[in-house]
Design a protein around this ligand. Structure first.
Ligand code: HEM
Length: 304
């Protein structure tokens, strides 16, 4: 429910009807760092499934960051105990996730503590360390990538990680690098990212820059065949190691969630219309753009 009492999506970063490639960082109250909702059990089980099937695709780390990984785990356990009591139990060096009943011996994860941390929360966790060309991705528990491959980004600095993001190098690269240098451990931040996708899967490693038309998606069925994917991302500096932890919490809702919110449908339509072509191609919108816009037109016409 929103403040107005009208049901709809929980986050709507497109609500102002604009598209701007911007850092969009806002202060994060430390108590809101981790977000848990009704999908928690299902998403943690999905993480377990992905880790069992192909661990290296969803967890990987460069040598030399074991201590920083342990720092993340300790911070996370302290946070959960303080702000989400009841989600996990902790006894004799064993952590238990209450909803799934899964237990983990801390000792088994001594050198891969970020893997254990990732199994305790819905967020994906990425560890960044200063390098010669800016902050470098040194470890990640990444079960829900939005169409990218961990193996291609591990060991890379921010500028190269974002190489194919349309407009990033020109508009965001330097400000983001500068921001990382000055981020303070007592001033965490968050930002929201959004996309429209034709696949609701949380784990997606490919599918950017698609152009082939999707005849099966029409104005009539777009509400059920397209999804709004929102990433709530947070950044905080780890006080001991000085590394930065980047968290990504993914929300996927069918586009039809806007049926009760014609105002948001109109805003999304206008944000999409403003989006530069390069960004539309990056996000693989062309295959269904026409059906999407006409569906949103239909919803928006119900506004006011
Ligand atoms: C202030 C910080 C950051 C900003 C402003 C930023 C901005 C962006 C933007 C605008 C995109 C395009 C997403 C889309 O619209 O679909 C993106 C994608 C991405 N970002 Fe970031 N990002 C930030 C931090 C990070 C960090 C710390 C990582 C570390 C893992 C990261 C990894 C990625 C990856 C892997 C992609 C997908 C790239 C691809 O498709 O090749 N970002 N980011």
């Amino acid at each position: 429910m929103t403040a107005s009492g009208i049901a709809g999506p929980r986050y709507a970063p497109y609500a102002n009807g604009k598209f701007a490639l911007a850092m969009g960082l806002v202060a994060l109250d430390p108590k809101d760092w981790i977000d848990a909702d009704d999908n928690r059990a299902a998403e943690l089980l999905e993480k377990e499934r992905l880790l069992a099937a192909n661990r290296k695709a969803v967890f990987d780390a460069l040598p030399g960051c074991e201590e920083a990984q342990r720092e993340v785990l300790v911070l996370l356990l302290e946070h959960l105990e303080k702000y989400h009591p009841g989600l996990i139990g902790f006894e004799d060096g064993t952590v238990t996730v209450r909803e799934t009943g899964k237990s983990y011996r801390m000792a088994d994860f001594a050198d891969q503590a970020l893997d254990l941390a990732g199994r305790l929360v819905q967020e994906d966790l990425c560890l960044m360390r200063p390098g010669e060309e800016g902050y470098v991705l040194i470890a990640a528990s990444l079960c829900f990538p939005a169409r990218w491959l961990l193996a291609e980004k591990l060991g890379q600095p921010m500028m190269r990680i974002h190489e194919r993001v349309s407009g990033y190098a020109e508009k965001l690269g330097r400000p983001v690098d500068r921001f990382f240098e000055h981020l303070r451990s007592d001033k965490p931040v968050q930002r929201l990212n959004w996309s429209i996708m034709d696949d609701p899967a949380l784990f997606q490693t490919g599918g950017k820059f698609r152009t082939e038309a999707e005849a099966v998606i029409t104005r009539e069925n777009a509400g059920d065949r397209l999804w709004i994917r929102i990433e709530r991302q947070t950044l905080r500096r780890l006080p001991k190691s000085g590394d930065i932890l980047f968290t990504i919490r993914t929300f996927v809702d069918p586009l039809s969630c806007l049926e009760t919110r014609p105002d948001l449908a109109a805003a999304l339509r206008s944000a999409l219309a403003e989006m530069p072509e390069g960004m539309q191609r990056y996000k693989s919108l062309p295959p269904f753009q026409d059906a999407l816009m006409r569906y949103l037109d239909g919803l928006a016409s119900k506004a006011a």
